[in-house]
Design a binder for this molecule. Structure first.
Ligand SMILES: *Cc1c(COP(=O)(O)O)cnc(C)c1O
Length: 399
């Protein structure tokens, strides 16, 4: 079958909730992917940062194959000999006391909302069912009904009400507004340390720290959604660490499996995550031996290959090189580590066009919103490969 036939098949039988670039991939290794016609591309999206370790990392593949042949799933009705090791690995690496394993990012966000509400009722003493969670405009936390309830993207909500109550929306980056939004019923503030889907929006310096302090003063939980920014992408294990912040709850996903399998987790200390009682929350696949073995291997790669340091060094290099490009259509280049957004002026006619030109030239990137191209290659990328990419990007941006 050829590209056109694969696309026809998808378009004919699939739900139509995506509009992908028309490239049909069949193989991936490290930072490279190949389409069904044999053309090779540099992956500069990394599945929205799920592939920080690169495609099919041999260490993760090995762990996956070994575990798949031994024991894949027990359900949490029984214990397994991999789950505890996964917990221990995450606790040792992150310094949190407890881990709740889930599958998708959205599920982990839902889980964090549930535990924050329970904490508000049981520990803080908020009157039953009056707990509020403050979120930021421009957020992206996933696609469930509850999560789209507090999206500010009309299109994500438009057709899907009625919505879940209990959320307040404030302007991202504005600490005064946040202050004003807090009431005695506030259970938590939930933020992305950098808004990835909103176009790689970095809050003003000191914002996360001020939010953390505000939360502390008001006995409010600070929940950081680090599903995209966490696990080394921005040059540290977690993006909140750039401001020396340790949120009460951190949500991770994506790179937790290196792209091998959907694995997410909620991290927090015992006074919060210790509140779930048996039966109050669960997941058939969450914490399976297969997931646990894959996650341990994925974390080992991040740690042993020093991918946070790499992201930091190469990100700074990449950004400085991008800034040298003299392209009149570029409005701003921003980022942290290897999470970089190139914002174009509206006159450029949209980022999608540029992504298609990049694709033609052998680089896969995806527009986020209309005018931002996101560059987020796997963190294992070599400097030479970046140099190669920068020349192509420069050429395309100048068009
Ligand atoms: C991707 C993402 C999610 C949702 O994760 P899924 O695995 O797609 O459910 C939530 N929050 C952030 C910040 C994300 O980038």
């Amino acid at each position: 079958m050829n590209t056109k036939e694969y696309i026809e098949l998808e378009d004919k039988y699939g739900a139509k909730n995506y509009k992908p670039l028309d490239v049909v991939l069949t193989e991936g290794k490290g930072v490279w992917v190949w389409d069904v016609e044999g053309k090779k591309y540099l992956d500069c999206l990394s599945a929205y940062s799920a592939l920080n370790q690169g495609h099919c990392h041999p260490h993760i593949v090995e762990a996956m194959l070994e575990q798949a042949q031994k024991l894949a799933l027990t359900s949490r009705a029984f214990r397994n000999d991999k789950l505890g090791l996964f917990y221990k690995k995450l606790v040792d690496l992150t310094g949190y006391e407890r881990v709740l394993p889930m599958n998708s990012g959205a599920e982990a966000v839902e889980s964090a909302i549930k535990i924050a509400r329970k904490w508000a009722y049981v520990t803080k003493g908020v009157p039953k069912y009056e707990a509020e969670i403050i979120v930021a405009a421009g957020n992206f936390h996933g696609r469930t009904v509850t999560i789209v309830s507090f999206s500010t993207e009309d299109f994500y909500r438009e057709a899907f009400g009625p919505f879940t109550p209990g959320f307040k929306i404030v302007t991202y980056g504005n600490i005064e507004e946040m202050k004003a939004a807090i009431t005695p019923n506030t259970a938590a503030v939930m933020l992305e340390p950098i808004q990835g889907e909103n176009g790689v929006i970095i809050p003003p310096d000191g914002y996360l720290k001020a939010v953390a302090e505000l939360c502390k003063e008001n006995n409010v939980l600070f929940i950081a959604d680090e599903i995209q920014t966490g696990l080394c992408r921005t040059g540290k294990w977690f993006a909140a660490q750039h401001e020396g912040v340790r949120p009460d709850v951190t949500i991770i996903g994506k790179a937790l499996s290196g792209g091998m399998y959907p694995i997410s987790a909620v991290l927090a200390d015992d006074p919060v995550l210790g509140l779930f009682l048996p039966g109050e929350h669960g997941s058939t696949f969450g914490g399976s031996p297969l997931a646990a073995a894959v996650a341990v291997a994925a974390l080992e790669v991040l740690d042993e290959e020093h991918l946070a340091e790499r992201a930091n060094e190469l990100g700074n290099y990449f950004m400085s090189k991008l800034r040298e490009i003299d392209a009149p259509m570029v409005k701003e280049i921003r980022g942290r580590g290897l999470l970089i957004g190139v914002e174009l002026y509206p006159e450029a006619g949209g980022a999608r066009r540029y992504c298609e030109m990049l694709q033609e030239a052998g680089i896969l990137a995806k527009e986020t919103h209309d005018h931002v191209i996101r560059f987020a290659p796997p963190l294992i990328i070599e400097k030479e490969t970046l140099d190669w990419a920068i020349e192509i990007i420069a050429d395309v941006l100048k068009r």
